[in-house]
Design a protein around this ligand. Structure first.
Ligand code: CP3
Length: 344
């Protein structure tokens, strides 16, 4: 197996900088669209053979150093009692948003083995054929709670924050329930064979640092502590999107690797992490709409910026956009490999 990515996660030296792309399996790829034309998104997530096939597509096509399980952060919420639908126009929708104490009490914890067997089966299938490490993942409790409370994507997170400020105890009880689900879900993925896990906290950037510390961070810490106590240890990546104004708080999560978006100079983030944490990122996804020259220049700039970190995993600062030319994504991977191999 090409274990460069895993070694980098552990902070060990590598011959070159590993690279993968968030949302690397997806609509920008004609091979993905061909499969999606036949089945809806949720069916794709729930059919292990198909999920395996789309997970493998970018590994072969882009030559990335890691695969990420094809699924969605919202998948484990369905068996909790959330009525999930992925719509073409509005993205994910929950038809029964959680707003009251009765709504929270109607939810249940999940048993991943029984409730999401297809996710674990996809992991087992992938481990049979993959030549690179497999990343498992979950949403972080705050990000998942925003979808549950808002009933879908949101701009201002008004319902979420109203619950936080008006009924903090109710909000905390929901967070506790979701944290239990995330812990069970990640432990089940680890037992099924994933090599690393990434916790996506896509919407914590909406919180003040103070509220992040009260309402979101303790739950991430609790999950990471539980993973550290498990029988099989894997590196843990925490990606708090849009959080560069609160790195001081984010770094308390206890992760091995911190994901970075593009709103912070990577060298500055490395310093804020005392140069003792591996970093992942931080190319603006729109940089993939540039030319071969600008893509090489950006790759070089970021690789140089990360040089004082124990190691660096090159990635985008958020998911790849559906309009991205596949050839430019390939160019980016090639640039990272080529430049880092020479420089390191
Ligand atoms: O990275 C990968 O290749 C693995 C698969 C993956 C998906 N979603 C597939 C997906 C992962 C890791 C996710 C995580 C996810 N999902 C996040 C966290 C990362 C982030 O982007 O901040 C969030 C917030 C979601 C929720 C979600 N899922 C939204 C808002 C949407 C609709 C918007 C969109 O891009 O379509 C989805 C749908 C989704 N998840 C798609 C894919 C490939 C598109 C579905 C389709 O084929 O139509």
């Amino acid at each position: 197996m090409n274990d460069i990515f895993l070694r980098a996660c552990q902070g060990r030296k590598t011959d070159y900088t590993p690279v993968w792309l968030m949302r690397q399996a997806g609509r920008y790829m004609p091979e993905y669209q061909k499969i999606r034309a036949k089945v809806d998104f949720l069916t794709l997530c729930k059919t292990p053979e198909l999920a395996t096939e789309v997970t493998l597509q970018p590994v072969d096509i882009l030559n990335v150093d890691a695969a990420i399980l094809f699924s969605d952060i919202l998948v484990p919420l369905e068996p909790m009692g959330m009525q999930l639908e992925f719509t073409e126009q509005k993205g994910p929708v929950f038809h029964n948003p959680v707003r009251t104490s009765a709504d929270v009490h109607a939810l249940r914890a999940i048993d991943s083995q029984a409730d999401v067997p297809y996710v674990l089966q996809a992991i087992r299938l992938l481990k049979q054929s993959l030549k690179v490490p497999l990343i498992g993942f979950s949403g972080a409790p705050f990000t998942l709670a925003t979808y549950m409370i808002e009933g879908g994507s949101s701009k201002n997170f008004l319902h979420t924050k109203r619950m936080m400020y008006q009924s903090p105890e109710l909000f905390q009880s929901l967070m506790k329930l979701v944290s239990g689900v995330v812990t069970d879900y990640l432990l089940a993925q680890i037992r099924s064979g994933v090599d690393t896990v990434q916790i996506f906290d896509s919407w914590v950037g909406a919180l003040s640092p103070h509220d992040f510390e009260r309402f979101a961070l303790p739950y991430v810490q609790e999950i990471i502590r539980a993973l550290r106590a498990s029988e099989r240890q894997v590196p843990i990546i925490y990606f708090a999107f849009n959080s560069s104004g609160m790195m001081e708080q984010v770094r308390k999560a206890g992760a091995d690797v911190y994901g970075l978006d593009w709103r912070i100079e990577i060298a500055k983030a490395v310093d804020l992490l005392d140069r003792n944490h591996v970093v992942q990122g931080n190319l603006d996804p729109c940089a993939l709409f540039g030319t071969r020259e600008t893509i090489y220049a950006e790759a070089r700039r970021i690789l140089e910026g990360a040089r004082y970190a124990p190691n660096h995993i090159f990635n985008l600062g958020h998911g790849i956009l559906p309009e991205t030319p596949v050839d430019n994504a390939k160019t980016m991977v090639e640039a990272v490999h080529e430049i880092s191999l020479k420089a390191l």
